[in-house]
Design a binder for this molecule. Structure first.
Ligand SMILES: [Zn+2]
Length: 230
């Protein structure tokens, strides 16, 4: 089993279920390495275990919308283009540790999934696998917007009634320069907030629960897990 502390502290029953789900995941998904990167069994298993933790109580079907997972050795530089209000096109490079697109594939940088430096790996709530797969869950109902697929409009409204003020408060704290449990990148947009909050929920749940209890409860009800109690 992968020696990730947030997985290792799970109960033996959870670990057995996680391992079963990860083997289903490995059966259903196709891994490929980009630029000559070799995806061996240990690498695929590590990704599978981390990807399956969020859906342990939700089911493997949550990820049915895509098949491919592309691993790069390192972060990827993507050329981006935006057109501003004056119609001027701006080109810039974006460094990506991972990316999830509607319909897939999910792209991950192995250097970010598995930092060589143990101190990097242990610092903060950062987890690129959980981040990208949270985007996959968010996109089950269309373009990413910080709201995963829920069963009714009423549930969606209830979700936003918690998420929006939590997001706004978070952005204010970032703007004011306060330290936050979640990475400041979460202030980018509600969909990034959901993805980064999901990382925190699974990797540093106690800290997230203390700083943003309403957000923690929202994620606990969605994921049907209470990792802070472990
Ligand atoms: Zn993201």
């Amino acid at each position: 089993m992968v020696r990730l502390p947030f997985i290792a502290r799970r109960s033996p029953q959870d670990l057995a279920r996680l391992r079963r789900m990860a083997s289903l995941f490995l059966d259903r998904k196709e891994f490929s390495g980009a630029g000559g990167f070799i995806v061996d069994d240990a690498i695929a298993l590590s990704v599978a275990l981390q990807a399956c933790l969020p859906i342990l109580e939700l089911g493997i079907e949550q990820y049915d919308a895509f098949v491919g997972i592309v691993l790069h050795a390192d972060a990827v530089v993507a050329e981006r283009e935006i057109t501003d209000e004056q119609g001027i096109v701006h080109r810039y490079d974006e460094v990506l540790a991972g990316e999830a697109m509607e319909g897939g594939p999910v792209m991950l940088s192995w250097a970010d999934v598995h930092p060589a430096d143990a101190a990097d790996a242990a610092s903060g709530a950062y987890n690129v696998v959980i981040h990208e797969f949270a985007h996959v869950l968010d996109m089950r109902d269309g373009a990413p917007d910080g709201v995963p697929l829920l069963s009714s409009a009423k549930e969606r409204a209830a979700w936003l009634a918690v998420l929006t003020p939590e997001y706004d408060r978070f952005c204010e704290r970032v703007v004011c320069g306060h330290d936050t449990v979640l990475d400041a990148y979460a202030a980018e947009s509600p969909d990034e907030f959901f993805a980064v909050a999901s990382e925190g929920f699974f990797v540093t749940p106690g800290e997230l629960k203390e700083e943003q209890p309403a957000l923690y409860r929202l994620l606990a009800s969605y994921y049907r897990q209470d990792p802070a109690s472990l």
